[in-house]
Design a binder for this molecule. Structure first.
Ligand SMILES: [Fe+2]
Length: 337
């Protein structure tokens, strides 16, 4: 589970950085540092400590929700101290790009990554992949019964499903991908079908997996690394992943990624950090949270490698943002909480 932290996490070299009661930074000492607004709340700081050790450049963080930090960047404008914006989901990266809160990177390393992981103007880049797929209890479900997100509308799943709440951006991005592939009306029918199956809506992915394990549901949809996290604590945790939609477009893949803020004081350092996270730091960045690498030269963490390979939906993550408002409206219309 995540650790509690003070709002700012200072890298290896301690800087006298002060927050007042409103969360505004009062002073830096002028030493070289790259400053990050991060929506990731995982135990991944090891990567940034490595970066500080290798380069002598400190990394300083302000943590918050993806949308909250995006709002903060907008409010601060050119006064922002953030050089880098890191999110746990693609929609908020693209929304930041749409709001002109990010600037292009012009990096050969970034352009060498898979196209669907990179904004066409390098306003953001995915740094790790998170697969949002079907999870099931192997004692109560045979994987041959499973196939697609869409099939979870089948009455055979009535009363057996657990899913994530609609105000979570992971849910919104999954529904956005359904809108992209099927159109609004057909996607609405799918979400209507989930609701008609009395799907239990829960507030986080860990609770979904624990509810499956405890017998409260048989099947759910979560990000893969939450299962990995539970399996690290208990190798016998009784839930297995099923890669959804393998005979169609592939399983839904979201990214955690980064962009350089439009008003960064240190845009070169920001690009350097992002390039490092995509290359030398890629392994420790993704291994810290059992995510899949975006860099094809890096192998996935051992635990998730055991789950084998699968077809990924190649949809560019920017699409999750352009369909985000529709996804929210659709779930509201379907009565999906
Ligand atoms: Fe997450």
């Amino acid at each position: 589970m995540m650790r509690n932290r003070s709002p700012w996490l200072i890298g290896a070299l301690l800087l006298p950085l002060v927050l007042n009661g409103c969360g505004i930074i009062d002073a830096f000492d002028g030493d070289q540092a790259v400053r990050v607004y991060s929506g990731r709340h995982y135990d991944l700081e090891e990567a940034f400590e490595e970066y500080a050790t290798e380069t002598g450049i400190d990394v300083e963080f302000l943590y918050g929700g993806d949308a909250e930090l995006r709002e903060r960047l907008r409010t601060e404008g050119e006064d922002t101290l953030a050089d880098v914006f890191i999110t746990a989901d693609a929609a908020n990266l693209q929304l930041a790009a749409d709001e002109e809160l990010l600037q292009p990177m012009d990096s050969a390393i970034v352009s060498g990554l898979p196209d669907n992981m990179v904004h066409p103007d390098q306003l953001w880049v995915g740094l790790s992949k998170r697969v949002r797929t079907i999870m099931y209890h192997p004692d109560r479900v045979d994987p041959s019964e499973l196939s697609t997100y869409e099939d979870l509308t089948d009455p055979k799943w009535k009363g057996r499903l657990c899913m994530r709440n609609s105000n979570n951006v992971y849910t919104q991005s999954l529904v956005a991908s359904l809108i992209h592939h099927h159109g609004y009306d057909a996607a609405l029918e799918i979400v209507d079908g989930w609701v008609a199956n009395d799907t239990e809506i829960l507030s986080n992915d860990i609770v979904i997996l624990e509810t499956i394990a405890a017998g409260g549901c048989d099947v759910g949809i979560t990000n893969h690394y939450y299962l990995a996290r539970l399996l690290e604590d208990d190798p016998d945790f009784p839930v297995e992943p099923f890669w959804a939609n393998q005979d169609q477009q592939g399983v839904h893949v979201n990214i955690s990624g980064a962009g350089v803020t439009a008003d960064a004081d240190n845009p070169d350092l920001a690009v350097d950090l992002i390039e490092w996270l995509a290359t030398d730091g890629q392994e420790s960045f993704v291994y810290g949270n059992n995510e899949y690498p975006v860099n094809p030269d890096v192998a996935g963490p051992p635990l998730v490698r055991e789950w084998g390979t699968f077809l990924e939906d190649p949809l560019n993550a920017a699409e999750f943002a352009s369909l985000n408002a529709d996804a929210i409206r659709l779930m509201n219309e379907a009565g999906y909480d």
